[in-house]
Design a protein around this ligand. Structure first.
Ligand code: EPS
Length: 374
C-alpha cells in the first residue's frame, strides 16, 4: 500500500493517491469528512480555517462506495484559491505578488530557497505548509476503515499544551471524549489552564506546541518484524509520526521515562490464561519491532508553530538586512489538528504493515487471513 500526496497550500487543492487497497473495502465518506472537519478545529486555530470547509471528493478507485482495487484518488479543494489564483495559477501567475523573503526561523523557508534555487520562499512554503496534512487525514481515514474491518481501532488525545501536562492514564474507551473538548484534553482543569495560556500567547503574538498520545486497540501480535530493520513496527510508526509537520519527538510506551527506571520495573512480565497476557504495558504494545497484542501507545512532541505574529529576528534573503520574520496570519496552537493527523499517519503506516503481511486483493481475503492468525 502506498500513499502519494500533492498540492500547494493556496493552490487549487490537495490530492491523495492510495495504491494497493484491496477491492470491496466499503468507504464511509461521511467519516472522512468528519475527521477533516475535526482537523480544522480546536482552540487556537487561525483565520485560514474560517475560509476552508474541507470535504473530500473521490476521483477514482471507488464505485458505489466500494473500492475497486485500483488507485483511489481523493481531492480536497482549497476555498482560499479563489483569493490566490493570481498568485498561484499554474499557467500564468504574477510572481511579484505575495513574495516572502523575510524567511521564518523554524519553517522550511530558508533551507528550501537555498536548496531549490528560489528567491521567493512562497515556492517552498506552499508545499511545506501543514495544509498538506488534510490529504493525509483523508487517506488516513481510509486506512482506519481498512483496519476497522479486522477489528483494529485508533484514537488519541492531547496530553500536554505548552508545558501544561495531564499525567493521568486513560482507558481506550475514554479517549473519544477528548474530541468533544476545546483542546482535545481529558482533564478539564488542565484544559482550562492551557486555554488561558493560549489566550496570553495570542496577546503576545506567540505560539505553542504540545504532546499527543495515540493509541491502537485490537491489533494481534506479530505485525512488524524483528528480522529486518526497516520492517520494525516501532521504526515505521516513528517514521510516520516524524513525517508530520512540526513533530520533533516520538516515544513508544514508557519511551524516555524508561531510561530513569531499573529493568525489573520496566519490562512487562508474561502470564498465561488460555492466552498470553501482561499486567502492565510499559512497552507500548511493541517488543522486538513487532506488535505483542497489547495496545500500541505512541506519543509525539509537536513544536510551537513557526509563524509568529510577534516576528522573530531573521535576514531578508534579497537585501541580507536584519529584519523581523514575515507573518500575516497564524494559528496560535494546532495540537488538536496534530492529534487527528497523527492518528491518520499511524493508521496509514499500520495499514501498510498489515497489508504487507496479509496481502489480499479482496477485503474478504484480508479478513479471512487475519482471523486465521493466532
Ligand atoms: C500554515 C499556515 C497557515 C495555516 C496552515 C499552515 O495558513 P495560511 O498561510 O493560509 O494562513 O493555517 O494550515 C492550513 C491551512 C491547514 O489547513 O492546516 C503553514 O505555514 O504551515
Amino acid at each position: 500500500m502506498k500513499l502519494t500526496t500533492a498540492g500547494e497550500s493556496h493552490g487549487k487543492g490537495l490530492i491523495a493517491v492510495i495504491e494497493g487497497l484491496p477491492a470491496n473495502l466499503k468507504l464511509d465518506i461521511e467519516e472522512i469528512n468528519y475527521y477533516l472537519s475535526l482537523r480544522q478545529g480546536g482552540y487556537g486555530r487561525g483565520a485560514r480555517q474560517k475560509i476552508e470547509r474541507d470535504t473530500v471528493e473521490i476521483l477514482s478507485g471507488v464505485r458505489n462506495s466500494l473500492t475497486l482495487g485500483s488507485p483511489v484518488t481523493l481531492l480536497i479543494k482549497n476555498n482560499d484559491y479563489a483569493n490566490w489564483s493570481e498568485v498561484m495559477s499554474a499557467e500564468k501567475a504574477d510572481t511579484s505578488l505575495r513574495r516572502l523573503t523575510k524567511v521564518r526561523p523554524g519553517h522550511a523557508d530558508l533551507a528550501g530557497v537555498l536548496k531549490y534555487g528560489h528567491d521567493d520562499a512562497r515556492n517552498v512554503l506552499e508545499r511545506a505548509s501543514a495544509r498538506e496534512t488534510a490529504a493525509r487525514v483523508a487517506a488516513g481515514t481510509v486506512a482506519k476503515q481498512y483496519l476497522k474491518e479486522i477489528g483494529v481501532e485508533i484514537s488519541g488525545f492531547v496530553k500536554a499544551v505548552c508545558g501544561v501536562t495531564d499525567e493521568k492514564d486513560y482507558p481506550f474507551e475514554a479517549l473519544d471524549n477528548a474530541k468533544k473538548s476545546r483542546l482535545f484534553m481529558l482533564n478539564k482543569e488542565k484544559e482550562e489552564k492551557a486555554v488561558a495560556l493560549l489566550d496570553e500567547l495570542k496577546e503576545n503574538g506567540d505560539t505553542a506546541g504540545g504532546v499527543l498520545e495515540i493509541r491502537v486497540k485490537g491489533l494481534k501480535s506479530g505485525f512488524g518484524s524483528c528480522m529486518t530493520y526497516d520492517q520494525k513496527l516501532d521504526a515505521r510508526l516513528a517514521f510516520a509520526a516524524m513525517s508530520v509537520q512540526a513533530v520533533k519527538g516520538v516515544e513508544i510506551g514508557l519511551g524516555f521515562k524508561a531510561t530513569e527506571m531499573r529493568g525489573s520495573k520496566v519490562h512487562d512480565e508474561i502470564y498465561y490464561d488460555g492466552g498470553y497476557y501482561r499486567k502492565t504495558n510499559n512497552a507500548g504494545g511493541i517488543e522486538g519491532g513487532m506488535s505483542n497484542g497489547e495496545e500500541i501507545v505512541l506519543r509525539a512532541a509537536m513544536k510551537p508553530i513557526p509563524t509568529l505574529m510577534c516576528g522573530l529576528n531573521t535576514v531578508d534573503i534579497i537585501t541580507h538586512e536584519s529584519v523581523k520574520a514575515a507573518s500575516e496570519r497564524s494559528d496560535v496552537c494546532a495540537v488538536c489538528a496534530a492529534e487527528v493527523i497523527l492518528e491518520s499517519a499511524v493508521a496509514f503506516a499500520l495499514a501498510q504493515t498489515v497489508a504487507e503481511r496479509l496481502g489480499g486483493d479482496d477485503m474478504r481475503e484480508v479478513k479471512e487471513r487475519y482471523a486465521l492468525l493466532r
